[in-house]
Design a protein around this ligand. Structure first.
Ligand SMILES: [Zn+2]
Length: 449
């Protein structure tokens, strides 16, 4: 039987308009634009709440199996559901084994079984020496691959140099799957760090100086060169430095298949405001200046930055070493899964950007990278009936009780945000409503089709 959901503000292809979503067998059968008759009793009327497509976070470290004490499928997918994220794509590291061969992918599937509140998919890993596993991983259903050009923080996930990248791209070329790259080169980071022996490592400025913009720009230049030569899509994850933007813009203009994401933390925070010792803000690349942040916003607005993710990468609180407050020994990674919608919307309002942009930046954009277009990321006929009910006018302050991931450590604690997520629906069924989870975990793995 068909269900129908309507409101006066539905994010359709025509923008934010009155519309009715008709859902059959977990998919949108029709998106009816305009005011609909109020007769039928099976219509869910959300009044003037905003209906958005279910969000997609294509950069999440779930850490299970192997480091479930850091995070896990149960907690991560609940945090996602509570934040309106209906699809997560899991990064291939921080779990044990790392997702660098088919056996490891199967271990991850077994670990996820029955524990996921939203849909999920896996990125495979490109590491030193595994180029022969890549086509098997592709056939087994990963949506693409992730690599590092610098030490990843995880010894089991070895970074790759240019010859290794070339060997991997040779394999990926035939699959059509994207290579996602952590774009920082070790050279500039090592050179900068060598000069900081005597520095005070409790100071944020020391950490920032240790990861200079050039580490990003030089990595981006290398990735552009390879994407152009191999005619294979490469995606720059978590761009933090605006200095990489002119290179990316020029490459895109000449048709190089290179895309780029940034993270909510780079659009929300600025280095000038980060207290010394506040290692909950540590991530790599680092959060840079307010002026840099405004250039990222501009590039997002212009469409040069394709979309926004969280790079949710938590750890047990002790590993943040908050008492010592040393930026060199604390684990790098910000926990924020599920907060990106109000964080982004708060920043958008400060810059007079329209809410409708959320569809591209948090749903359609990541869907395209992950090859999920048509299935996920839009309120459109044929797609899975994933949607969220959002109150863009409400204001709130982030408390530990609002965080549904495993460890309640986040630089967003205490942040005043605009916009409250009221409900999340996955394939036509409610999974979250006004602070409570509904039903059972019904998430599925999405494999490449
Ligand atoms: Zn990451």
């Amino acid at each position: 039987m068909a269900q129908a959901f309507r409101s006066t503000r539905v994010l359709t292809q025509q923008g934010l308009v009155p519309a009715t979503l008709v859902v059959e067998a977990g998919r949108f059968a029709e998106v009816r634009i305009g005011a609909s008759p109020d007769s039928a009793s099976d219509i869910h009327d959300f009044g003037d709440a905003v209906l958005l497509p279910g969000l997609i976070d294509s950069h999440v470290h779930i850490n299970e199996p192997g480091r479930t004490e850091w995070e896990g499928f149960w907690t991560a997918t609940r945090a996602a559901a509570a934040g309106g994220v209906t699809t997560l794509v899991d990064m291939p590291l921080n779990c044990i084994p790392e997702t660098t061969n088919v056996e490891a992918l199967e271990a991850k599937r077994a670990a996820a079984h029955g524990k996921t509140w939203v849909d999920w998919a896996a990125w495979g890993g490109v590491v030193r020496g595994n180029s022969r596993s890549l086509t098997f991983l592709a056939a087994a259903g990963v949506l693409g691959f992730k690599c590092f050009l610098i030490h990843s923080g995880i010894d089991g996930f070895a970074w790759v140099d240019e010859p290794e990248l070339r060997a991997a791209l040779e394999q990926l070329k035939g699959t059509g799957l994207p290579l996602l790259a952590h774009a920082e080169l070790a050279g500039p980071v090592n050179a900068a760090t060598a000069g900081l022996n005597q520095a005070d490592w409790r100071k944020y400025s020391t950490y920032l100086a240790s990861r200079p913009d050039e580490a990003e720009t030089e990595a981006i230049a290398l990735l552009i060169r390879l994407a152009e030569e191999f005619e294979t899509p490469i995606h720059v994850v978590h761009l933090a430095s605006a200095q990489g933007l002119p290179l990316l813009s020029a490459a895109r203009e000449r048709g190089v298949p290179i895309t780029v994401e940034t993270c909510a933390q780079y659009l929300h925070f600025a280095s000038e405001q980060i207290p010394d010792g506040a290692t909950e803000y540590k991530c790599a690349p680092p959060i840079r200046s307010a002026e840099n942040r405004e250039r990222l916003w501009k590039a997002l607005e212009e469409g040069l930055i394709d979309f926004v993710v969280t790079d949710h990468s938590p750890c047990p609180p002790a590993m943040k070493r908050r008492l010592e407050g040393r930026w060199d020994t604390a684990w790098g990674g910000i926990a924020s899964l599920g907060l990106a919608l109000p964080v982004l919307w708060t920043g958008m309002q400060e810059r007079n950007l329209p809410l409708a942009k959320i569809g591209q930046w948090m749903a359609a954009g990541p869907a395209r990278l992950a090859g999920l277009e048509g299935r996920k990321g839009a309120l459109a006929a044929g797609a899975d009936a994933d949607f969220v009910v959002f109150d863009p006018e409400a204001e709130w302050t982030v408390t530990p009780a609002d965080l549904h991931f495993r460890h309640k450590v986040s630089p967003y604690l205490g942040a005043k945000l605009r916009g409250v997520l009221r409900e999340t629906w996955l394939r036509g069924a409610q999974v979250f409503c006004d602070g409570e989870f509904a039903g059972e975990p019904r998430g599925q793995e999405l494999v490449r089709r």
